[in-house]
Design a protein. Structure first.
Ligand code: UN1
Length: 513
């Protein structure tokens, strides 16, 4: 590991932390025998070996969280918001260090690593304001001298299962909102990026400690699917918020649904940009290329398909091919590079497998893929972003491959383009590039995109935290971060108060004794 990364770990205070769980400042599970090794896809080096939580550890974490909830729910929401404000400030201080660790452990570009921490800071700011705006409605009762209103109460323990691709931001979207709503959180970070999770726990635990908040409001638990299953099957965890593949999400939905718990799912995307004959092609190029190769195609919002009008198809594809030839692939910590590595060798194999499947179905590669070799690419995780002409109904095109493979599809009229865009099982993000008002409005109308996110003259990725984030169909239907996504973290209670000296029944029912 380089001296720079070593000093980042020291700066974050996590150079010697490897135990399995934390409910605050202390770490437990030091004597557990099973480990998860965190390797950097940047240079293939092992960053840390971290203990895996046992069932007994899990029980300890739950017990602390239950105890903490009884206290935390009594803290007024604006005071909870004040603590989240301090968390945002601590993130501002640690932005460079945490952003660098995100880049090194996950492999995204340094700019995107910083951007991810910025999303965390932004959601803290949002949550601070929200802590004074957890509004319920009042209704007019049909009975005289009655008052009716609704209020929102915290749920209890929120279990957060996050993915490697946004190893810290997605946790913070959930946690910042859940905390101001009065919940306590147990976070299981991806086993591919445990160290960034440890860094976040360290930062938030110091904030809670400085405010004399007892342990258990924020817990971290390291583990794989087994810990995930303990959480999803556990009736003591009323809400599970899970980010990851559709396959994982379906398993979570079944387990949580079987116990009638709540789940908030943010799963796969198969996002397309429609490039109309009325598009600004230079602007479209930036949106398409960043969407497809940013984070090496490992965002759930990555652009996977371009649906291009036949009249601009050849011109736009020529521009794309030229742009791809200029992409610099390499160490993401070097800001001259555009594209970093995939997360691990399994991801590289999935990428290669998808290319083969695409070719077998008749895909025509206009930019070839392949794994990069040589000393600079020694981790074996660097691949070439590639582009293939396909048909939308190819099996592989219907499937989300978490890699920089971009599919091109030609269209002749907008109705057809919209049908193609919607013609996949997933429904996260979508975009149209057009300067034509009618086209833009049709795309946004109920006859348009069926996705949770629909943009005009912006790519599919890079959503701001202020909007509700999530998607339809196999994307899972959940909404996180902005707008009124906070409601998912609370339970609604309808209250009717009678201040009359009689007890009239609703619906005019007479019941005299
Ligand atoms: C994800 O890939 O799971 O909209 C989240 C975006 C980011 C978040 C992506 N703000 O691309």
């Amino acid at each position: 590991m380089s001296a720079n990364i070593q000093s980042i770990l020291t700066q974050l205070g996590i150079e010697n932390i490897n135990p399995a769980y934390s409910t605050g400042n202390d770490w437990g599970g030091a004597n557990n025998t099973e480990n998860i090794d965190s390797f950097s896809p940047v240079d293939g080096q092992k960053i840390a070996s971290i203990k895996v939580s046992s069932n007994n550890d899990y029980e300890q974490v739950i017990a602390k969280a239950q105890e903490a909830f009884v206290y935390w729910r009594t803290v007024p929401a604006p005071k909870r918001g004040e603590i989240v404000r301090q968390f945002g400030d601590a993130l501002r201080k640690n932005k460079e260090a945490l952003g660098t660790l995100v880049s090194y452990e996950m492999g995204k570009s340094l700019q995107e690593g910083y951007g991810e921490v910025q999303e965390m800071i932004d959601i803290c700011d949002f949550a601070v304001g929200l802590s004074r705006q957890l509004y319920g409605l009042t209704m007019h009762s049909e009975r005289p001298n009655h008052r009716m209103y609704e209020q929102w109460h915290p749920l209890g323990i929120v279990g957060i299962i996050s993915a490697f691709n946004f190893p810290v931001a997605v946790w913070s979207w959930n946690a910042a909102l859940a905390w101001v709503c009065g919940n306590v959180c147990i976070w299981k970070p991806s086993e591919k990026t445990p160290l960034t999770g440890i860094a976040c726990q360290k930062i938030i635990a110091a904030v809670f400690k400085a405010n004399d908040i007892p342990e258990g409001v924020s817990s971290l638990i390291i583990g794989d699917r087994i810990i995930g299953e303990l959480m999803t099957n556990d009736g003591r965890v009323p809400l599970i918020s899970a980010t990851g593949s559709t396959r994982m999400g379906k398993a979570v939905a079944v387990a949580v649904g079987a116990r009638l718990g709540k789940s908030l799912l943010e799963l796969g995307g198969n996002n397309a940009i429609i490039i109309s004959e009325h598009a600004d092609l230079d602007m479209s190029l930036i949106g398409a290329v960043f969407g497809a190769v940013g984070t090496a195609g490992q965002r759930c919002t990555s652009t996977r398909r371009l649906i291009i009008h036949q009249s601009v198809y050849d011109t736009f594809v020529a521009k794309l091919v030229k742009a791809y030839a200029q992409l610099r692939i390499g160490n993401p910590l070097d800001q001259n590079n555009h594209v970093g590595p995939l997360i691990d060798k399994d991801a590289v194999n999935a990428y290669l497998d998808s290319i083969e499947k695409c070719k077998a179905e008749g895909g025509n590669f206009v930019v070839d893929g392949g794994v990069l070799e040589g000393e600079k690419y020694a981790s074996g995780c660097y691949v070439k972003p590639c582009i293939a002409e396909v048909k939308n109904d190819y099996k592989i095109v219907q499937h989300e491959t978490f890699a920089p493979i971009l599919y091109l599809i030609k269209y002749t009229n907008l109705d057809e383009a919209i049908a193609l865009q919607n013609g996949v099982p997933q429904g996260l993000s979508s975009a149209i590039m057009t300067l034509n008002l009618r086209e833009a409005e049709q795309f946004l109308s109920y006859q348009g995109s069926d996705c949770g996110i629909a943009n005009v003259n912006i790519g599919t990725s890079g959503a701001e935290i202020g909007g509700a984030f999530g998607g339809e169909k196999e994307t899972g239907g959940g909404r996180e971060s902005g707008s009124d996504a906070w409601r998912a973290y609370m339970r609604r209670q309808t209250n009717t108060i009678n201040y009359a000296n009689t007890l009239p029944l609703a619906q005019g029912i007479k019941f005299d004794l």
